[in-house]
Design a protein around this ligand. Structure first.
Ligand SMILES: Nc1ncnc2c1ncn2[C@@H]1O[C@H](COP(=O)(O)OP(=O)(O)O)[C@@H](O)[C@H]1O
Ligand SMILES: [Mg+2]
Length: 258
């Protein structure tokens, strides 16, 4: 394992990460030279239109795919190119748990998977952990409900519960609020804010702008595989001389294509 000296508050450091997908129809340059540091305890939102390269960035960070170039350092340790990251909590873009399980059956399964390598707990200790996890995401009253009968918003909360099941230091969430109605969205955002108060570090991506102002310490804006901006929302507004993120985003897209 190669040791690398990082700033102590940096939990994840991504440098010059690039990905070109090679297919029979030609190459797709999905991500170009992404560099960013995530500080411990912050929420960082990666924003960009569909096809911008957000999920590619997430899959690279998660080790599901191999970068064409670049490296990823987590807590001073360089991560192998395409190897799973058991210490990261992850919510995929299309999260589809087994619809036939009840909420508590599913979370118990995920909890056991996340905790596979640690000390065995008794049945009652495990039950207490599952119940605490469900309470944390506001799903305790629905423990016995079948997944197939949950609303989309409840489904996402279960998705977040499975992502925190292993008590990860870093959570990577791909479009955690997409497809939710305004109430569902707001509930998920409140939940992420509560996790931040508990000290969790969260990177999430989204193509929906409005929600992130309340949530993010910093935003990264990706367009066409390029990180166009990284910093505080207020600084982005100043950059474009606008008073809301939507306007600034439109201007950024215009700059990117001109
Ligand atoms: N497996 C793949 N093979 C070829 N092209 C891909 C693959 N996955 C994604 N892409 C392309 O890479 C670009 C970025 O996609 P993606 O990372 O999913 O963007 P986003 O999550 O921002 O919508 C898009 O042009 C997409 O079509
Ligand atoms: Mg995506």
């Amino acid at each position: 394992m190669q040791q690398i000296i990082n700033k102590p508050d940096t939990i994840l450091s991504v440098s010059n990460l690039s990905k070109t997908y090679r297919s029979r129809d030609g190459d797709v340059k999905a991500l170009t030279d992404l560099s960013l540091d995530i500080e411990r305890g912050e929420i960082i939102g990666i924003l960009g239109p569909n096809g911008a390269g957000k999920t590619t960035a997430v899959k690279l960070i998660m080790g599901f795919i191999k970068p064409s170039q670049g490296r990823i350092i987590f807590n001073q340790e360089e991560l192998k190119a395409a190897e799973s990251r058991p210490r990261f909590g992850y919510l995929p873009e299309s999260f589809r748990p087994n619809p036939n399980l009840t909420v508590d059956e599913y979370i118990k399964m995920q909890y056991n998977l996340a905790r596979a390598s640690t000390i065995r707990l008794s049945r009652s200790e495990t039950a207490a952990k599952i119940s605490a996890l469900l309470s944390q995401v506001g799903m305790a009253p629905f423990a016995k409900r079948r997944i197939s009968r949950l609303s989309k918003g409840m489904g996402q909360r279960i998705g977040i519960a499975q992502a925190i099941a292993g008590n990860p230091e870093l959570m990577i969430l791909d479009e955690p609020t997409s497809g939710l109605d305004p109430i569902g969205k707001s509930e998920v955002i409140d939940l992420l804010l509560a996790l931040k108060r508990e000290g969790k570090t969260i990177l999430f991506c989204s193509h929906i702008l409005a929600e992130v102002e309340r949530l993010c310490d910093r935003i990264g804006i990706i367009i066409g595989g390029n990180l166009r901006f990284l910093g505080k929302v207020d600084d982005f507004l100043v950059k474009h001389q606008v008073d809301n993120l939507d306007e600034g985003f439109k201007k950024e897209v215009k700059c990117a294509i001109s």
